[in-house]
Design a protein around this ligand. Structure first.
Ligand SMILES: Cc1cc2nc3c(=O)[nH]c(=O)nc-3n(C[C@H](O)[C@H](O)[C@H](O)COP(=O)(O)OP(=O)(O)OC[C@H]3O[C@@H](n4cnc5c(N)ncnc54)[C@H](O)[C@@H]3O)c2cc1C
Length: 323
């Protein structure tokens, strides 16, 4: 029986490999000729903070905005596309992603300062932007200093901390839309909600502009230090992890972590997936957790919180791919 299972597994593996190569060959022929780079059957483990998940059929790193727009205009219509930021708010499932993942590289990380306005490319990391602004005596986005994402991800999620959100400073967002057109959205901030950027589905954020305040550089650096200190005291900041697992529910005066604590889930674990002892709304991969372990853990926390408090928690972490 065991022998048969092993044989079945072996055959399944061969069939899967054949399917993958056929799919890749098919994809190779149908993808537009771009200046950027394609990588096939790419492991997404290296591209997310939990370090979990399967592969994507193809990863595309565009050379520049025009290359990205050309790709979107000319890609096969039925090819699903997912945009990855720094992967700090993402749980990629173990079955991987059927379709194309897009990762913006250095060409999308420019920072341009004119008076109190800062235009920044989507792949620029939040911390880099905060420190550059501080160097230039511009304050406002300081709250982002400990958020380990990219500006694209921050706008997509309307990232926030300590009472501030992206939308408070956002002037415009440049996107490549689902048709491959490059568009500037001047009213994006008006549509943003708590941890929801509400940029049209399938749009790829390529640049954003913020209006900040002039302030003494040393004062900004002091603010930045105090934010970092606050974070170090209250949250885990290193390791294989995500940010807040669940949103703070609008229906309760209690924060998500307080509800999780009440439900007895601080330190609760499934295999190597664990709700942090330090801040119980943070989920950690303490070793070899799979995406399935992490998702099961999150779903079990939701169910225990519901049972104990009657409140429904909603995932803040974006889960993508096949189980
Ligand atoms: C230690 C730690 C602390 C954190 N603290 C905070 C915090 O204080 N506040 C907070 O808000 N978040 C926090 N987070 C969560 C996370 O860092 C933010 O949500 C961040 O903004 C996500 O950015 P990212 O580039 O990593 O996006 P990803 O995780 O890669 O993606 C998140 C979503 O944004 C979309 N996206 C990314 N880039 C683009 C783009 N260019 N165009 C369109 N869509 C895009 C993705 O498709 C996905 O749906 C924390 C995370 C960690 C690990």
């Amino acid at each position: 029986m065991t022998q048969l299972s092993e044989q079945q597994l072996f055959i399944h593996k061969i069939v899967k490999n054949m399917q993958t190569s056929l799919l890749q060959e098919n994809l190779c022929h149908n993808l537009p000729q771009v200046r950027g780079q394609y990588s096939f059957n790419y492991s997404l483990k290296k591209l997310n903070w939990f370090q979990v998940g399967g592969t994507c059929d193809v990863l595309f790193k565009p050379e520049d905005i025009e290359d990205l727009a050309y790709f979107i205009k000319n890609k096969p219509k039925d090819l699903p596309v997912y945009i990855l930021g720094a992967g700090s708010n993402m749980l990629v499932r173990d079955g991987g992603i059927q379709g194309c993942c897009i990762k913006l590289g250095r060409a999308f990380s420019n920072i341009e300062i004119k008076d109190n306005r800062v235009a920044v490319g989507a792949s620029c990391l939040d911390r880099t932007l905060v420190m550059t602004c501080a160097e230039n005596g511009l304050s406002g986005l300081d709250f982002l200093v400990g958020v380990p994402g990219s500006i694209g991800g921050a706008v997509a999620m309307n990232a926030g901390a300590y009472g501030y959100e992206i939308k408070n400073y956002l002037k415009w967002v440049k996107i490549v839309d689902v048709h491959g057109d490059i568009i500037v959205l001047n009213d994006a901030a008006e549509h943003m909600q708590y941890r929801r950027g509400n940029i049209a589905k399938g749009s790829i954020i390529v640049e954003a502009c913020f209006e900040l305040e002039h302030l003494d550089k040393d004062l900004i650096l002091k603010k930045v230090d105090s934010y970092l200190q606050l974070r170090n005291e209250s949250q885990p900041t290193k390791g294989k992890m995500g940010g807040s697992t669940f949103k703070n529910p609008a229906s309760s005066p209690l924060k998500a972590w307080e509800l999780i604590d009440q439900a007895g889930c601080r330190g609760f674990a499934i295999n190597d997936a664990v709700m942090s002892e330090k801040h119980c709304n943070f989920m950690m991969n303490q070793g070899d957790a799979t995406s399935e372990d992490l998702e099961k853990l999150g779903d079990e926390v939701i169910s225990r919180v519901k049972q104990k408090t009657g409140i429904d928690l909603e995932w803040e972490i974006i889960r993508i791919g096949r189980k």
